[in-house]
Write a protein that binds this ligand. Structure first.
Ligand code: ADP
Ligand code: MG
Length: 689
């Protein structure tokens, strides 16, 4: 009953037509379930009356007004001006509804309204462009109780918007669904747990997360969801396939076989001690009875990918298959090219797959994969799509992905495959945290950089030294080295003080570096074009690359020695550290220039100074945390590596530990107790079935 009802389309709601349906679908909402699964991005407190003239400049008022006049103005008379007078403070305000023509037809002079608005001073008058009016009946205006009710909107949710959706319309729709179904939502969590931890009934938690009666209940609701979020994540992570579904696990001998030692010997460098240590750990996991679940963390450029290649060979030599997943098409394709070159001579069969591979080529590839003619498949999350069938997938490597690949593992388990999994990240995750959230995860760390690397020299560049910077980069390019120029956005969206890529590319190519060859790359270019530009850059055909932050993750061009980031104050520390990691990838001295605007804040400058002081990603992550204060592990959030909707990695640690222990206990006692496949709440929490 319940599941069926919540899967109805939002189009069934009164007032939701085709246009609204499309707007909803843009923010990922198509069913009732999606709608109530939307977490408010914030709340407005309307539980207090604040009259016009009583709020600070630009502050919010919450009061009852009488409309004195309504008129239209502007081009096509699309803009609406409403004059209102506060019934309590007596002050007057002008409400300016730009492009809100409908107001002229729905707001009437001499009528009374509840007003919620941000009001500012313009000369001698008070004005608002952000306001909400809700009609009141005249008899209510003189009835104190009615006014109190109208004003006491309580704490209201604020959602992300799209198209013509408004806070008001979303609130109305969410309220309608909650009114119909909240009380019928079944709680799949065992009753004993709900009682033990004193959780809110699920239906009430839904109501309170959208329309909190007070701060305390909002907190309790969030706690209810946070526990479940971690609980189900753990359950997914720990679930093993039914014994008969998975092929029996064949331990892989941990010794280094000939192909592998040959390969290692043929590399132009020797492995670092940490790489060797991590490889030993992986080999010994693979020789065990239980499947591996290992997190490999190491700073940018520390040589994680190479560990993946060597261990992939270890598996493929046994005639077993390997899948390597990267977060973007660009990276996946780059990895595929590298692997192809590395493994061609050894006879390892490498293939590439992403969502863009369609039709015949896809069919052919899938066929080869199913009969075991592909040893190493590299690609995006498409590697785990429904129609992709492996002959004997034994090892999955996941590069810089969020949620620890739990979802991918889950998809594979559903196919009866329980592979060894290696997750790689440059985002440092405190060990205790990783263990708390994902109890069964082992952690390996690469601490040392490959030998012969010179520390990158970082400069903070203000306006007066910008030219020196361009000259220094010019000198490097003359020496045959390459450079990146990174900017925060694509085009000038009316924000003329931002140096955007297009303008800067024109400037650099015509004014600064007419004798060098450069190219412009950004995320709106077709994938093919991006790839061919990157190819040209890595072959050395281009001296410099001007780009948005598409180069942030994983691009590997050892001959590049200069990283210029303009508007660096607009990037997070971790992102800047990642960008800087694009250089310093060989024995050449490299430089990173962080140019900033005069408008930079004191804190912003402090942040940049951290990067100048240290090259250590772990230290940078800690500093980031310290500067921004507790409550958010900034680096983690930014990377999207461990994205949780409700649980807070910092403040909910003890609750996460509790959830983990409860899951272990349940799995030991009664593995079938929680039927994951029918869990509605899992969908609500954002985990894919
Ligand atoms: P990560 O993925 O950890 O950011 P990569 O695996 O991309 O780093 O390695 C960065 C660069 O260092 C690559 O060009 C790689 O070939 C090289 N590299 C890896 N291991 C070593 C090593 N032991 N000695 C020298 N260079 C290495
Ligand atoms: Mg990498």
């Amino acid at each position: 009953m319940f599941v069926g009802s919540l899967s109805q389309s939002v189009g069934e709601l009164t007032g939701v037509g085709k246009k609204t349906l499309a707007d909803y679908s843009n923010i990922g909402v198509s069913t009732f379930c999606d709608l109530i699964s939307m977490t408010p991005r914030g709340y407005e407190d309307r539980s207090q009356r604040i009259g016009i003239g009583e709020a600070p400049d630009g502050g919010w008022v919450n009061t009852v007004v009488r409309v004195e006049s309504v008129g239209t103005f502007g081009r096509g008379r699309k803009d609406v001006k409403i004059v209102v007078r506060d019934q309590m403070s007596g002050h007057k305000a002008f409400l300016m509804g730009f492009n809100r023509t409908y107001l002229a037809k729905t707001v009437f002079p001499s009528s009374f309204y509840h007003l919620y608005a941000s009001v500012g001073k313009y000369g001698t008058s008070l004005q608002s462009t952000q306001f909400e009016l809700s009609p009141m009946r005249e008899d209510e205006v003189y009835n104190e109780a009615a006014v109190a009710i109208a004003l006491d909107g309580g704490i209201l949710p604020v959602y992300s918007l799209s198209g013509s959706l408004t806070q008001k319309s979303i609130r109305r729709d969410v309220k309608a669904v909650l009114a119909m179904y909240a009380d019928r939502i079944e709680d799949e969590l065992p009753r004993s747990l709900i009682e033990k931890y004193g959780f809110m009934p699920l239906g009430q938690a839904f109501k309170e997360i959208h329309f909190p009666s007070n701060e305390k209940n909002l907190k309790a609701a969030r706690r209810t969801f946070a526990f479940r979020e971690v609980f189900y994540l753990q359950l997914e992570a720990k679930r093993r396939p039914a014994a008969d579904a998975a092929a029996p696990r064949v331990p892989i001998p941990s010794r280094i076989d000939q192909a592998e030692s040959h390969f290692i010997a043929s590399l132009p460098f020797s492995l670092t001690d940490d790489q060797t240590k991590v490889l030993d750990e992986i080999r010994s996991d693979m020789a065990g009875d239980a499947s591996m679940n290992r997190l490999l963390q190491g700073d940018v450029g520390s040589g994680k990918t190479l560990v993946a290649w060597v261990s992939a060979l270890h598996v493929a030599s046994q005639g077993l298959q390997v899948a390597f997943m990267a977060p973007t098409e660009l990276l996946a394709r780059q990895h595929a090219q590298v692997a192809d070159a590395l493994f061609k001579d050894i006879g390892l069969r490498v293939a590439y797959l992403d969502g863009e591979v369609h039709g015949r080529p896809r069919e052919a590839l899938l066929k080869e994969l199913a009969c075991g003619n592909i040893d190493l498949l590299i690609g995006t999350h498409a590697l785990f799509s429904k129609d992709v069938v492996y002959r004997n997938l034994r090892y999955v490597v996941i590069d810089e992905q969020h949620r620890f690949g739990v979802e991918q593992r889950e998809a594979l388990l559903a196919k009866g495959v329980d592979p060894d999994v290696l997750l790689m990240t440059a985002t440092p995750i405190p060990r205790t945290l990783a263990l708390t959230v994902f109890g069964n995860l082992n952690v390996s760390t690469i601490r040392t950089m490959p030998k012969g690397r010179l520390p990158i020299v970082t400069y903070l560049v203000d306006e007066s030294r910008r030219d020196d910077m361009y000259n220094a980069v010019g000198v490097e390019m003359k020496r045959g080295h390459q450079a990146y120029f990174v900017y925060p956005r694509i085009d000038d969206e009316g924000n003329s003080d931002l140096r955007d890529v297009q303008t800067m590319y024109d400037f650099l190519s015509h004014v600064k570096y007419p004798s060098f060859k450069g190219a412009l790359i950004h995320s709106r270019l077709p994938e093919d074009e991006k790839l061919s530009i990157l190819d040209a850059f890595s072959r050395g055909d281009l001296d410099y690359l001007v780009s948005t932050s598409v180069v942030e993750v994983g691009i590997d061009v050892p001959n590049a020695t200069c990283m210029v980031v303009e508007h660096s104050e607009m990037f997070g520390l971790s992102a800047l550290h990642q960008l800087r990691g694009r250089v310093g990838r060989s024995s050449l001295q490299s430089w990173c220039f962080l140019a900033y605007e005069p408008s930079i804040s004191v804190d912003g400058k402090k942040r940049l100074a951290v990067l100048k002081r240290t090259n250590d990603g772990f230290e940078i992550a800690e500093e980031d945390l310290r500067i921004r204060g507790p409550g958010e592990l900034a680096g983690l959030r930014q990377s999207g590596f461990m994205h949780l909707k409700y649980a807070n990695l910092e403040t909910d640690v003890s609750m996460m530990a509790a959830a983990r222990d409860e899951v272990s206990a349940i799995l030991e006692r009664d593995p079938g107790l929680i039927e994951l496949d029918n869990c509605v709440i899992r969908k609500v929490l954002g985990s894919k079935a």
